[in-house]
Ligand binder design. Structure first.
Ligand code: G6P
Length: 370
């Protein structure tokens, strides 16, 4: 069945390589006659006109997908978006409006995470609308929700989430576009432009798979480091968080993800010639700032692995190594593409260190108790 390894050494590696096909299937599933499919995207069952603010709740990698979601849900819908760890949201008496005026979004691969489920129960009692982005139909989170967007990413077996993460990004992004369209904030021209960019995503994600070769050739210089720092700005900031999370989960290397702009507020004190810094640096509106941040850590002898376009001479000039990643204009799609090299980096470092990649110590695929 679909849950076999198909010749891959680990489920995680298989699931990383499945991403081009998951994305292709998603395009078929979430578009209808070339337009956003409101039904598959879980829009039709929500009372959109009532919504005044949005809270996203999730744990782990799903939380990071939610954090990224804020970067495009807010500008697309014009609504304020707050993102919370479910374990905090459930206890901190968050601001919520009754009569469906607050929309609470849960992001959960399994649909069974205890804290996320408890947050939804709390939100339901407070009279919020409940929407979830979920990979498992009939899971507890699917059942408690007023509306569910089923990700359709196929079963994910590796404890470290990979294909579910990129699928969550895509789902949240397409949902936000469908929402914006419904409330008159996305014109037919904008929808066309977006779907055109979407149709070229499978080709780019296929190309992103080539980053694996480069990862394999550079890790000898890095895999014994006890610490790693990941930095990024804008949508690359959540990707930095996810890169650090992936690395610590499966290789047991201490890693931190930071917003590049926060470097000076702490982590730069850690930088010396023993510190590898992974800089997620696509050629977007933040590129110049990313380059100067890299120069700052290089000046303190940090070793920089850049993730960016292989034809980016500026980036090549300031990094010790560059892991090539395709470049696109759409920031949400760029975030999906930047995810691929950080997954390969964590995976191959972990394999090199001989850890149990699919079943890392002390971790569970789904945390169903508090
Ligand atoms: C565990 C898993 C993570 C996952 C998190 C949230 O920590 O190891 O990979 O991101 O739970 O799980 P969920 O099923 O709610 O997405």
């Amino acid at each position: 069945g679909s849950a076999e390894k198909h010749g891959y050494r680990h489920y995680m590696l298989k699931e990383i390589h499945e991403q081009p096909s998951v994305i292709s299937h998603s395009i078929e599933h979430f578009l209808k006659d070339g337009k956003l499919n409101e039904e598959a995207l879980g829009i039709t069952k929500l009372d959109l006109d009532k919504i005044q603010d949005i809270n996203i709740v999730a744990c782990g990698t799903a939380f990071i997908a939610g954090l990224l979601g804020k970067y495009f849900i807010e500008p697309l819908t014009g609504l304020p978006v707050n993102v919370d760890l479910a374990s905090e949201f459930r206890y901190r008496n968050p601001h919520m409006l009754d009569e469906g005026r607050t929309l609470v979004i849960a992001v959960s691969q399994s649909g069974e995470t205890a804290d996320t489920l408890a947050s939804l129960k709390h939100a339901k009692e407070a009279g919020c609308q409940i929407f979830s982005v979920c990979n498992v139909e009939y899971s507890s989170i699917d059942r408690i929700s007023d509306s569910t967007l089923l990700m359709n990413a196929g079963p994910e077996i590796g404890v470290a989430s990979t294909k579910a993460f990129t699928s969550q990004i895509l789902c949240l992004y397409l949902w936000a576009n469908a929402f914006a369209k419904q409330i008159g904030k996305l014109s037919p021209e904008q929808e066309n432009q977006m779907t055109q960019e979407l149709h070229s995503l499978p080709v780019h994600i296929d190309l992103a798979m080539n980053s694996e070769d480069k990862v394999k050739t550079i890790i000898n210089d890095y895999y014994e480091s006890p610490n790693f720092l990941y930095i990024g700005r804008g949508p690359s900031y959540p990707i930095a968080l996810e890169g650090a999370l992936k690395l610590k989960e499966i290789s047991y290397i201490h890693a931190e993800g930071y917003a590049s702009g926060e470097l000076k507020h702490g982590p730069i004190a850690l930088v010396d010639r023993h510190m590898p810094i992974v800089a997620i640096a696509p050629q977007d509106e933040y590129h110049d700032k990313s380059i100067s941040n890299i120069e700052e850590v290089r000046a303190r002898e940090g070793m920089v692995i850049g993730i960016g376009h292989d034809k980016d001479d500026k980036l090549q000039a300031v990094c010790n190594d560059v892991i090539p990643c395709p470049q696109v204009n759409n920031p949400a799609f760029q975030a999906i593409l930047s995810s691929i090299p950080i997954q390969f980096l964590a995976y191959h470092i972990a394999v090199k260190r001989g850890t149990d990649v699919d079943q890392p110590r002390n971790l569970a695929k789904s945390v169903t108790v508090e």
